[in-house]
Design a protein. Structure first.
Length: 154
């Protein structure tokens, strides 16, 4: 088995919907564009054909990526227990420079730092994983080292 892709149940459902969309709607649309573009003459100088082929390659690459993530998905589930350590699927509340911040630790395929969803593979995610309430976590960033104090895990 490849490396597991940690993902929430909801995130997995979103990826399955995207996969179906790419296979059943986008792929046929691109095939139609390629067919239409071949009617425009010399393919070596046909911008429509070249663009459609590039779209086809991108779409196929994303389909393969989605299939790999889905095949190797490891659903995040803490079984309803209150977590005592930061792990994938937990939300960690921290004190940072006098302000409270919350981060949810997710798998790389679901990360969205602007929404507070940080990957377990990111420097910040790696620093938090395995820590418990009350611990201080030092993280090295380009501007130096910052310290976060874990105030709650849920």
């Amino acid at each position: 088995m490849d490396n597991p892709h940690y993902i929430s149940k909801e995130g997995l459902e979103k990826l399955k919907l995207e996969l179906e969309e790419r296979k059943n709607r986008i792929r046929p649309e691109i095939a139609k564009r390629i067919l239409e573009a071949t009617g425009f003459g010399d393919l070596s100088e046909n911008a429509e054909y070249t663009e459609a082929k590039e779209m086809q390659a991108f779409n196929q690459g994303r389909i393969e990526e989605l299939e790999d993530i889905i095949r190797n998905a490891s659903i995040i589930d803490n079984g309803g227990k209150k977590p005592t350590l930061v792990s994938v699927g937990t939300t960690v509340a921290v004190q940072f420079r006098g302000k409270k911040q919350e981060f949810t630790i997710v798998g790389a395929s679901e990360s969205a730092p602007a929404q507070g969803l940080i990957s377990n593979e990111s420097p910040l995610g790696k620093a938090f994983v395995g820590k418990k309430k009350g611990e201080e976590v030092k993280v090295t960033i380009p501007k130096g080292t910052v310290t976060y104090k874990i105030i709650n895990i849920s």
